[in-house]
Every structure is written in C-alpha cells, then in structure tokens.
Design a protein around this ligand. Structure first.
Ligand SMILES: [Zn+2]
Length: 179
C-alpha cells in the first residue's frame, strides 16, 4: 500500500512506498493521522512484515523537502487528467486514444501540453492536420501538472484519496468543534 504524505497544512505532498515511510519514521519526520493505522504499521515494522492493507496517511512534523513524484505524460496520466473525456467532442469513453494537438509529423512533442485524450472518431477526423485546418477545438487547454495539481496524483490511488477525503472532513469537524 502506498503511503500518502501530507504537509503541515494537510495538503497532499506525495505518495511514497512503505520502505520510504520506514525511513521517515525512523528520522521522526512524520506522524500518523490515525492511531489505529499507526498501531498496525508499528507492529508491521517491529515484525518486519510491513504490508499494510489499509490506506496509510502521514503528516510531516515540519515542512521538510520530500522528493516530489515526477508525473510523466503517460497514456494513463493523460486519460486521468482529461477525466476519460474526448477533448474535442466531450464524449466519455473507456476507449480513448491519445492525440498530439500539434501532430508529431509537424514536430509536436509528447508533452503534457501537447497530448490530449481523443475518441477514435475525432482522432481520425483530425488526422495530421492542425486544429484550425480541421476546424476543431479543444474543450479545454491541456496543462502540465504542476503544483496547483497537488492532489492530482491521488486520482491514481482511489483508496488513498477516499481515506484522505474522510480524514479531511473529520479534521474539519474537529476544528469546528474546537471553536
Ligand atoms: Zn471525440
């Protein structure tokens, strides 16, 4: 189970493997946000059989540098960013292709801002043409994943995302109750 690391203000920072968690714990850099999970993980570490089933969320005790996960514009990541929606006609489909907005034959690169999810029909219609020549439009401008997408990578870990959302709402309730 990958481990979600939050910064001190509870924003998702990165997802790390369990072995990296062990290092952060031994250096006392992070704290668990859930005592039950902490008990399971501490037992697992003590017995050297760390393989947590449940989502693990930890929070940095001080804002230190954590290696940021580099997200590459893979097919899976582009489809996630585009919410499995054709960026030309808006059709949702599980059978999308990737389209180079500026075609490869014209020097288009496989980058976050030049790759979009496209249904087969739109991809075929556009072919090797530029958007204006094909009379087609993007429903939104493809953007690279940067800091403002801090929570994006959570889309790839539905259970962690669910756990994070549940944690956030319970954290907000306890903040509200404290006032
Ligand atoms: Zn389409």
């Amino acid at each position: 189970m990958p481990v979600l690391v939050l910064n001190t203000s509870l924003q998702p920072l990165s997802v790390i493997p369990e072995r990296r968690l062990v290092v952060l714990l031994s250096k006392q850099k992070v704290a668990f946000v859930d005592d039950a999970v902490r008990a399971v993980i501490e037992d697992g570490i003590a017995e050297r059989r760390l393989n947590a089933e449940e989502p693990v969320i930890v929070q940095l005790l001080a804002n230190v540098r954590v290696p940021r996960m580099i997200l590459r514009p893979t097919r899976a990541n582009i489809l996630l960013r585009d919410e499995e929606t054709c960026q030309y006609c808006g059709k949702q489909s599980r059978e999308l292709t990737l389209d180079h907005v500026l075609p490869r034959s014209r020097g288009g690169q496989s980058t976050w801002d030049n790759l979009v999810a496209s249904c087969r029909a739109c991809n075929g219609r556009k072919g090797n043409r530029l958007l204006k020549d094909a009379g087609m439009h993007l429903i939104r401008q493809p953007r690279p994943l940067q800091h403002e997408y801090a929570g994006f990578f959570l889309l790839r870990y539905p259970r962690l995302r669910e756990a994070y959302e549940a944690f956030l709402s319970s954290a907000q309730i306890s903040v509200a109750a404290a006032h």
